[in-house]
Ligand binder design. Structure first.
Ligand code: PHE
Length: 501
């Protein structure tokens, strides 16, 4: 029989005294040893088949802050239905919400659940119910949590477990997983204790005194188990999205581009007018563009630029175009917005840097009034680059883009004709993703039209492209819901590999 160390010995004796299966915490308490010390002893003892470690997953449910609030006042849909019954079982949505004194934030959710739970019928804004419905399992669980505090999910009935899933989705509860470990002596372990064993003294640290006195030759030195799991360490690291942004920057820099950054708030002039987008262009409407309410208007650039842009829109000015044939309004152009693309920054930069060559890029946030879902955000990143030089052509643009995306790991890139009001010709680049066996859109591209460059006195061709960044990131990180990138899920951030050194 191999020898036992002090802590192992102690653990065995306590287990024998307690009898049966005992949680680790109980042994920690009885022995006065640290939790880690008991676990280490238990692992060694279980390797020697003297004890068995029983593991059990336990999930504890706790109320979230919002959950507590609802447990106190009732779920918002419950408050609505109560109010409705009080109003005589028929009332408009507004009346019911008012009667229930429901907070604005909860109204839409509450109406949704009223409908989901089939508690009311609704016709043209009038809610109707027959009587107040009985308490659902979700409400029962909320109440129990409120009264008794955290509950283990394992002990719940099927219905309550289902209710827990729904409440979790509504973010009214939290679920925390824990592993409960219990220790139990095996027959062999019991026998050893009965026979009466003595622990061996082991030295875990070799000191200068031990060496000088030559005592080290007599004592028993503790062996290291190099396979034993150590504590997990999560050192600080850069967010995976920032890492990829940095990769993109490096790709541009290696190709000789310089980074530019501009203001998030732009006048419609730089975002739209300067890019020859007519003032009645649908993209300008409130649905797509965020307009500032305070302050509403910004300053237009120098008169010369404004006049040239105005005339180009109205009749083409000296650009050879007929323009859009309408009366251009400076008021519309002064409106302040959150930039809907970084091309606003590009054209502004070009207007101030007319001497060739200009090779600049930006990786920056843009804003669009989109409904959020798995593939849309209202605030996201755009990669944008331009090359302005004597005699550059569409071929140069295609070559540059191929090279750029190759640096980001996309080998098969193809180009298709497309349309943008500010480029001619216009194209779009797509890339084949072998892992997904599908093509994804990379960016829009083209050569700025004379209507765009001439008003600013730019004399040479401008190659431009701009595209989304999040899609590339999702691909690289294997994420299929764009919202996930900004959720700050610590587990995911910790697990995601560090791509760069
Ligand atoms: N600005 C365009 C977009 O937001 C992309 C683009 C940039 C197209 C430059 C052509 C030239 O989609």
């Amino acid at each position: 029989m191999s020898e036992l160390r002090k802590n192992e010995h102690k653990t065995l004796l306590i287990l024998e005294k307690l009898g049966g299966r005992n949680p680790v915490a109980k042994i920690v308490e009885a022995s006065g040893l640290a939790h880690a010390a008991v676990m280490r002893a238990a692992l060694t003892l279980s390797e020697k088949k003297l004890l068995q470690i029983h593991e059990q997953k336990r999930t504890t449910i706790t109320l979230s802050e919002e959950g507590t609030q609802h447990a106190e006042k009732g779920l918002p849909e419950r408050r609505l239905i109560r109010a409705l019954v009080k109003l005589g079982s028929e009332a408009t949505v507004e009346e019911t919400v008012k009667e229930a004194a429901l907070e604005r934030d909860f109204t839409t959710i509450a109406l949704g659940w009223l409908h989901n739970k089939n508690w009311v019928t609704m016709k043209a804004n009038v809610l109707k119910t027959s009587k107040e419905p009985p308490m659902g399992f979700d409400e029962k669980l909320l109440n129990a949590l409120y009264k008794k505090g955290p509950i283990l999910i394992e002990g719940l009935s099927r219905e309550l477990k289902d209710a827990a899933t729904v409440l979790k989705k509504r973010q009214l509860i939290r679920m925390d997983d824990r592993t409960l470990r219990r220790l139990e002596l095996t027959d062999a372990g019991l026998e050893i204790v009965k026979r009466g064993i003595k622990p061996v003294e082991e030295i875990s640290q070799l000191t200068p005194t031990l060496i000088l006195s030559k005592k080290w030759q007599k004592v028993k030195l503790r062996k290291f188990d190099v396979t034993a799991p150590g504590p997990v360490v999560y050192p600080g690291k850069i967010h995976p999205v920032q890492e990829i942004i940095q990769m993109v920057r490096e790709a541009f820099l290696e190709m000789g581009f310089t980074e530019i950054r501009g203001s998030i708030v732009q006048t419609a002039f730089w975002n739209f007018d300067a890019l020859f987008q007519p003032q009645d262009h649908p993209a300008r409407e409130m649905m797509d563009t965020f307009y500032l309410t305070q302050p509403k208007e910004g300053r237009l650039p120098r008169e010369k630029f404004v006049e040239a842009v105005a005339k180009t829109h109205e009749n083409g000015w000296t650009t050879g175009s007929r323009g859009w044939q309408y009366k251009w309004s400076p008021k519309e152009a002064k409106k302040l917005i959150l930039r809907t693309h970084t091309t606003a920054v590009t054209i502004h930069h070009l207007a101030e840097h007319r001497e060739p060559p200009v090779k600049v890029f930006s990786v920056d946030r843009i804003y669009r009034n989109e409904k959020l879902d798995y593939s849309h955000l209202a605030e996201f990143y755009q990669i944008e680059g331009i090359v302005m030089d004597k005699n550059v052509t569409l071929r140069d643009l295609i070559g540059t883009l191929r090279q750029f995306y190759l640096k980001l790991g996309l080998e098969r890139v193809e180009f298709w004709p497309s349309y943008f009001p500010y480029t001619e010709p216009s194209a779009q680049a797509t890339a084949y993703v072998p892992e997904l066996k599908t093509w994804i859109e990379l960016c829009g591209m083209g050569i700025f039209r004379p209507e765009v460059v001439k008003p600013f006195g730019i004399k040479h061709p401008v190659l431009a492209w701009g595209g989304g960044l999040e899609r590339l990131i999702m691909l690289k990180l294997g994420v299929d819901d764009i919202r996930f990138l900004y959720k700050n899920d610590l587990g995911w951030i910790r697990r995601s590999p560090v791509c760069r050194q």
